[in-house]
Design a protein around this ligand. Structure first.
Ligand code: CUA
Length: 339
């Protein structure tokens, strides 16, 4: 039998560990955390990953070392020697994993407890999921299609749904929470990095599921306070700029693309509701002026039902979840761009 050396064993282990470490470190598996909770989860992730990398290196080293040094000679069909066991090794491979698993459990439990704490004065935002859009209700009782949050202040999200089960997820915030009809689930987030992140529905909820997206905008405190104050004093649109940009954002953020086809907006190819490319014709058929017809169709979707479609499918809440200015901007935009 050929015999290896401790040096050979160590070299194999170092090589295996180095390769696995490169895979873990140089491939961006997770986005950079943008909240304190995500930072803690990131810590648990790397704590567990480093332990796993160490165990992987040890296992691969012993396995490859044994394959190289203890393989049977060609033509050797004899049985290996009977081995009963090795008490010392068995104690080692029981105690070390037990310590590591306990450490992972303790670290996870601490992070879980910390991530549930909202402090004494959190900003409370109600999150409502609905096929296929998100709405965010602030302490002023108004609904907004975009989640705006001040940086470094704990936020308690009270998450619910109106129709089926959805799930709230911002990858940079790391946590997911189900939005269930008739139930309020809480999620605490303390954003610690300004920027704009995707709000994603991560529970299959129907045909428009993949388009059920919004944005979470983390702003510095003065910018947030300015925005919030401005929405209190006047029903101005939450987005800056005007005209097409605002209307396009409203169209996307309210989930219209999921159900309606509308050529001027990329990705608006839904077929659950009627196409919006021939609204002039539809208004004429309903005997109404174009602007009034479009506004009615948004605010009271069941007033006129297009041929071949069902009442009760489109949410009847847009009249309360959008401000009058927003509705007018959207109506004007649709009127200008339809045929
Ligand atoms: Cu809502 Cu998927």
């Amino acid at each position: 039998m050929r015999r290896g050396s401790i040096l050979q064993l160590v070299l194999i282990g170092v090589a295996a560990g180095a390769i696995a470490t490169c895979v873990a470190v140089f491939i961006p598996w997770l986005p950079t955390p943008a909240s304190r909770q995500a930072g803690r989860i990131d810590f648990v992730y790397w704590f567990t990953t480093w332990i796993s990398l160490f165990i992987f290196a040890v296992v691969v080293a012993i396995m490859v070392y044994a394959m190289i040094n203890f393989r049977a000679e060609p033509g050797d069909w004899s049985d290996g020697p009977p081995v009963h066991g090795n008490t010392r090794i068995e104690i080692i491979w029981t105690i070390i994993p037990a310590i590591l698993v306990t450490a992972v459990a303790i670290v996870s439990a601490i992070v879980l407890a910390e991530n549930g704490k909202a402090g004494t004065n959190p900003l409370v935002v109600k999150v409502v999921g609905e096929q296929f859009a998100w709405q965010f209700q602030y302490p002023n009782k108004k609904y907004y299609p975009i989640l705006r949050l001040p940086v470094n202040r704990p936020v308690k999200l009270e998450i619910t749904a109106l129709d089926v089960i959805h799930s709230f997820w911002v990858p940079e915030f790391a946590q997911k929470q189900d939005a269930v009809p008739g139930q309020t689930n809480e999620l605490v987030i303390t954003p610690d990095r300004t920027g704009t992140y995707d709000v994603i529905c991560t529970e299959l909820c129907g045909l428009g599921h993949s388009l059920m997206r919004s944005s979470a905008v983390v702003m510095n405190a003065p910018a947030y306070n300015h925005w919030y104050a401005s929405t209190l004093s006047a029903p101005t649109p939450p987005t800056t700029g005007g005209g097409t940009a605002v209307a396009t954002a409203l169209f996307k953020n309210n989930g219209c693309s999921a159900c309606h086809t509308f050529k001027p907006i990329a990705g608006a190819t839904g077929t659950l509701g009627p196409s919006l490319d021939n609204l002039k014709q539809a208004a004429q058929a309903a005997g109404q002026p174009l602007l009034a017809y479009i506004k009615q169709s948004i605010v009271q979707p069941d007033a006129v039902i297009a041929k071949g479609y069902q009442p009760g499918v489109m949410p009847g809440t847009f009249g309360t979840t959008m401000t009058a200015t927003e509705i007018n901007a959207l109506v004007a935009y649709l009127a200008q761009n339809t045929n």
